[in-house]
Design a protein around this ligand. Structure first.
Ligand code: TEU
Ligand code: CA
Length: 532
């Protein structure tokens, strides 16, 4: 059983927005806060009651806002503080919550702190970053090259776990921790209801750990410093972290820890690939098995789990492990049903609700992602440009970052100007307008699925039992609360006869219009029943 506070959070349905690519209101080709405001009814209509905004703070945009130069102001292209105030008000008046993206591990090198820090060793900001006379280790930056960069002005090296212009903050410096506390309080006072915390595993570093020092010795102390405070004890927090086992997850999210309320576990995100840029033959069975493992472990340990398949860093799940051509609608709805009737907090990434796929481009110049370009350069040392481009097409984060296709026109109803990034290569075929007018609408299926979830408490904290055996090519599970029992049946890739070992009523939800629980299931067919 989850504690009361965590059980309340299972009522959240979070819609993740990548502001740059969501909706442009003023024709400069860049999505903005007014654009988001104009689409709040669309988001609410889907059944979401919270919005997670990827960073919208001042930034030179080397990593699209994950390189922040002022944590208390809005990125020029996105609007003003008045727009943000309006967004908060418009969300709250619709009964929706706002989750902001907190980036505590690094700031942009154009942040005032860094500009001061690099000046010398005896100003108030000298210790805000990780400076050293020579590299302390041989860490590689996530976006390619060494993680240590020499700075002429300071005459020392600084650490950057990501891009060169994303300098890691020195969390062992108390003033840095205080800055971050003040920033959190600033936004909570403005009305933020929660935070997603970027690479939270990296704020305390072990310089002898080859994995870029993640999970350093003071990690839990520092997280408690931020979030274990009475003033913020009501907010929702979700950490982004490389947590790999349940014990580590419990140390972050146990109800008595005073740390995070939840965390993204990425275990299931590696289905359908052998590394970030290399696809692998795979089946929904892999996804099922990983999900079942984490559902059972988090349940036993009373941990609030997060339910997601996509985000702004990932190629589309349905392109990796579904059939994103002939059975795109079926794959999208089947995977969503597998996922969102489980225990935890659902997160839906923009476009997922219309069955958005990964994209394909023939020219490396159509890519923008600092990670893709960094790795492309390194790949060219080992393979032909064609092979490298294929890998980038598969793994690029840009797959998730093309402007949201609102309709099938040239600029997709996203902008009247020149879009900052190429439109998705399939936007004429996959767009909101087309989806909504189709009799196989992914959006409308999501609406029903989310309504089912939020309308029935059994899906919040009801017991989970898995009925599929390990060798079965399907995922059948039940959720039970008191004497109410629901049965979720999700078929995998192959058509097959399925017998549900429980007596069921007519389907309460199905993606292909089936009524009875027993019978032949088409590939990716799914349905939800009440047991009688
Ligand atoms: O991502 C951190 C992270 O570890 C990866 O998911 C990252 O995107 C990359 O794929 C590593 O190989 C977070 C943000 O989600 C990402 O968008 C930022 O670029 C990154 O932190 C730096 O702030
Ligand atoms: Ca704009």
């Amino acid at each position: 059983m989850l504690c009361d506070r965590y059980r309340d959070f299972t009522r959240l349905v979070v819609y993740q927005i990548y502001p740059r690519s969501f909706m442009d209101s003023n024709g400069d080709g860049i999505g903005d806060l007014q654009g988001i405001i104009s689409k709040l009814d669309y988001i609410k209509g889907l059944g979401a009651n919270a919005v997670w905004l990827c960073p919208c703070f001042k930034s030179p945009n080397d990593d699209n806002g994950y390189d922040i130069s002022d944590y208390r102001d809005i990125m020029d292209e996105f609007g003003t503080m008045a727009d943000m105030d309006q967004l908060i008000e418009e969300l709250h008046s619709r009964g929706m919550k706002l989750i902001l993206d907190l980036v505590p591990n690094h700031s942009s090198t154009s942040h005032r702190w860094f500009r001061e820090s690099r000046k010398g060793r005896d100003n108030p900001y000298s210790n805000y970053y990780v400076w050293a006379d020579k590299p302390l280790n041989d860490w590689k930056a996530a976006f390619g090259g060494s993680a240590w960069e020499y700075d002429e002005m300071r005459g020392q090296y600084y650490l950057h776990s990501f891009a060169v212009s994303q300098a890691d903050l020195n969390w062992d410096e108390p003033a840095v921790r205080q800055e971050m506390i003040d920033i959190i309080d600033f936004w909570v006072n403005k009305g933020a209801d929660g935070f997603r915390i970027d690479v939270v595993d990296s704020i305390s570093k072990d310089y002898s750990n080859p994995n870029r020092g993640k999970f350093g010795p003071h990690l839990h102390e520092y997280i408690r410093t931020l979030f274990g405070r009475e003033e913020v004890s009501h907010i929702f927090t979700v950490g982004e972290s490389n947590v790999k086992d349940i014990e580590e997850l419990v140390r972050h999210c146990g109800a008595d820890r005073g740390e995070l309320t939840s965390l993204f576990v990425f275990d299931h995100m590696d289905v359908g690939r052998s590394d970030k840029f290399t696809p692998k033959e795979d089946s929904l069975k892999s996804l099922r098995d990983i999900l079942v493992y984490w559902q059972q472990e988090t349940d036993r340990n009373e941990i609030l789990y997060t339910l997601f398949t996509d985000n702004h860093d990932q190629p589309a799940m349905i392109s990796r492990i579904g059939n994103d051509s002939e059975l795109r609608y079926e794959s999208a709805t089947d995977i969503a049903t597998m996922m969102y009737l489980l225990k935890g907090v659902p997160f839906i990434y923009q476009g997922q609700e219309i069955g958005q796929t990964s994209a394909h481009f023939d020219d490396i110049n159509d890519f923008d992602d600092v990670e893709s370009l960094g790795h492309y350069k390194e790949m060219l040392e080992r393979m032909s440009p064609e092979e490298a481009l294929e890998k980038v097409n598969f793994g690029s984060r840009d797959n998730a970052r093309h402007p949201m296709p609102w309709d099938g026109s040239e600029k997709c109803g996203f902008t009247e100007g020149e879009p900052w990034l190429a439109m998705h290569s399939r936007s004429a075929e996959i767009n909101v307008e087309k989806d909504l007018s189709s009799d196989k609408s992914v959006y409308r299926f999501y609406q029903k699925l989310l309504a089912l979830r939020t309308g029935n408490d059994v899906f919040l904290d009801g017991d989970l039992d898995v009925l599929s055996a390990a060798e079965d090519d399907h995922f059948i599970y039940t959720r039970t609360l008191g004497d109410e029992k629901w049965v979720v049946v999700c078929n995998f890739e192959k058509e097959q006869d399925i017998r549900v070992p429980l007596e069921c009523g007519k389907a309460m939800l199905s993606n292909l219009g089936r009524e009875d629980a027993d019978g032949t299931y088409l590939p990716y067919e799914c349905a939800v029943f009440r047991a009688v």
